[in-house]
Design a protein around this ligand. Structure first.
Ligand code: PEP
Ligand code: MG
Length: 588
């Protein structure tokens, strides 16, 4: 057995050691099996039966997944049912069968090739993803054509799933069965559907391994380290033992962190702080609370727009917001109005391709231009606010007071319409903005007067302030949250909000890094919103320090000249005063 090490992208943390189960995707045959003209009808009937069988399977899977992992993940099957019912698709398969006197398998294969060709010429990511769904549906019909070729059955044994990629339905089905220890894929990345699902189910996963399916076979031993992105095939005993012990430590570390989730959120000198969660899917709410979140500090609503070909209607929005508002109970939920545009372009919106998307029509700018859609979203948010009165409206990419004034008028209009239509809503629903544009930061003392709260989006704020593209690897070394200029700017925003007695939160990635979170605490911040998996770690760091000590350390840091000096100063001082505060990150 050959021993290999591979490096990919760790998309869901944790370590697993187990046996490989290689999941092979359906390969459509290109072999042409001629059929006699008098057998065409029989072949068409065989196709119809396979389609019917596929429809029953999809409906059954949809109901099962809805129960097991939530309606968001079962939505895929709804989309697949639509594809199955697409008249053009089925009639194209039938036409090929009739004209070429060929078997159904060959016709499906040909149709898939035709559509793939078309998808290849499309640049848009949303439509590219649809090729996947189409393949998913066609492969189900394909497998159902052979009565003796059953859809892969699971034996229930624990295993590590290895595949080139997982079709959305495969991911939902397989990962929800409870016996998948980890996932390792040739392709994919952090934002893929499988990655999101793996994270919400706590299954370690590494993607982007490019060749793993060629290097392993069923039964091989595999180590998957989803935290670092390492995958080891058939490790020698010593390495296997090393990782098993690492896995134990990691599991213990997670158990400890989860205990932290139940502890009081306060510093050693009793300063209360609020860990909140950033989520992208309604199903992440329960994970967030199990990690100790005291509210949903940022609900990114973009996915609602990415899940259908058409623009979502009010009910699509309402169903999701009401689900989140209900699951949160009395805890606060900050719903951010859609932040699309720019590189997250949506074909449904008909926005021209922009030369400089990061500086283009994104976030609130686009919403104010496309008022109809903006009002639809606001109506749904307002209606969901009636349930527990825990909903907040949050506006992304605000640059100036005028945008807030304009939005307020639209909200008033929407409220009046809802009143006339006898819909309930929270009349005092709080309105807040994200501070992500340097201009907004510079006038935050004025902006806070216009709203009920502010939330600092450090991902974008640092990108624009330091002129560093947040997704460009080549300049990532310049993306420095501890740059003295950034700290001074953050200080100004936090103090401006406090002066007006308005709540202020940081919801960028900065809040999820222990050293940066301590820096924010020292600047007077007490509300931190982050990916739920980081909450226990940050909570532990903040609980291990004295606010007044950190405040002094940070005050001195503000006068240093470089990010490096700041970092060294923080590390040295924090470690000498509170040696345990930063241990959390390296504990396993
Ligand atoms: C941010 O910019 O910091 C933020 C939280 O928003 P997003 O990452 O969704 O742009
Ligand atoms: Mg942002």
């Amino acid at each position: 057995m050959e021993y290999f090490r591979l490096r990919g992208i760790g998309v869901s943390p944790g370590i697993a050691v187990g046996e490989v189960h290689l999941s092979e995707g359906v390969v459509f045959t290109s072999r042409k099996n001629d059929i006699k003209p008098e057998h065409v009808d029989r072949e068409l009937k065989r196709l119809d039966e396979a389609i019917l069988k596929t429809e029953h399977q999809l409906k059954k899977i949809k109901a099962e997944i809805g129960k097991k992992v939530g309606t968001d993940h079962s939505f895929i099957f709804e989309a697949h049912l639509f594809i199955l019912q697409d008249e053009n698709l089925v009639s194209r398969i039938k036409t090929i069968m009739q004209e070429e006197k060929t078997n159904a398998e060959r016709a499906i294969s040909k149709v898939f090739d035709e559509y793939s060709e078309m998808f290849r010429s499309i640049e848009d990511e949303y439509f590219k993803q649809r090729e996947y769904d189409l393949k998913d549906v066609l492969s189900k019909i394909y497998l159902n054509l052979e009565s003796d070729k059953k859809l892969e059955r699971d034996d229930g044994k624990e295993k590590i799933l290895v595949a080139h990629d997982l079709l959305p339905s495969e991911a939902a089905l397989k990962l929800s069965q409870g016996n998948i220890l980890a996932v390792a894929l040739d392709i994919g990345g952090t934002t893929s559907h499988t990655a999101i699902l793996a994270r919400s189910l706590n299954i370690p996963a590494v993607m982007g391994l490019s060749q793993i399916t060629r290097k392993v076979k069923d039964g091989d031993t595999l180590i998957v380290d989803g935290t670092n992105g390492d995958v080891i095939i058939n490790p020698p005993l010593a390495i296997k033992r090393e990782f098993e012990s690492k896995q134990k430590k990691y599991d213990k570390y997670i158990r400890e962190l989860k205990k932290t989730a139940r502890l009081e959120s306060q510093t050693l000198d009793q300063v209360k702080f609020f860990p909140l969660a950033n989520i992208e899917l309604p199903d992440e709410v329960s994970l967030a609370f199990s990690m100790g979140a005291e509210g949903i500090g940022l609900f990114r609503t973009e996915f609602i727009f990415f899940q259908t070909k058409k623009l979502p209607c009010e009910e699509d929005h309402y169903e999701i917001y009401s689900q989140v508002a209900k699951s949160a109970g009395k805890k606060p939920v900050y719903i951010r109005t859609v932040d699309i545009g720019g590189e997250k372009n949506l074909p449904q919106m008909n926005v021209e391709k922009e030369p400089n998307p990061a500086l283009g029509l994104r976030g609130l700018r686009l919403s104010l231009k496309e008022r109809g859609h903006f009002k639809t979203q606001l109506r749904a948010i307002l209606r969901a606010s009636a349930i527990h009165k825990n909903v907040h409206i949050m506006l992304p990419m605000v640059t100036g007071v005028e945008e807030i004034e304009e939005t307020k008028l639209i909200i008033e209009e929407v409220k009046e319409e809802l009143t006339v239509q006898k819909h309930k809503y929270d009349k005092n629903i709080p309105l807040g903005i994200m501070i992500e544009v340097p201009a907004a930061a510079a006038i935050s003392d004025n902006l806070v007067k216009e709203v009920d709260y502010v939330s600092i989006g450090t991902n974008d704020l640092i990108q624009y302030y330091l002129a560093v593209d947040r997704s460009n690897e080549d300049v990532s070394y310049l993306f420095k949250p501890l740059h003295p200029s950034v700290l001074r700017l953050l200080k100004f925003i936090i103090e401006s909000a406090k002066k007006e007695k308005k709540d202020v939160t940081v919801c960028g990635e900065m809040a999820a890094d222990p050293l940066s979170a301590l820096a924010l605490l020292g600047l007077g911040l007490t509300s931190f919103s982050m990916n739920p998996i980081f909450i226990p770690k940050i909570k532990k760091a903040l609980r291990s320090v004295e606010y007044k000590t950190i405040k002094k350390i940070v005050e001195h840091g503000l006068n240093l000249k470089t990010a490096r000096e700041v970092e060294e100063h923080f590390l040295e001082k924090v470690l000498s005063k509170h040696p345990k505060a930063l241990l959390v990150a390296e504990e396993y």
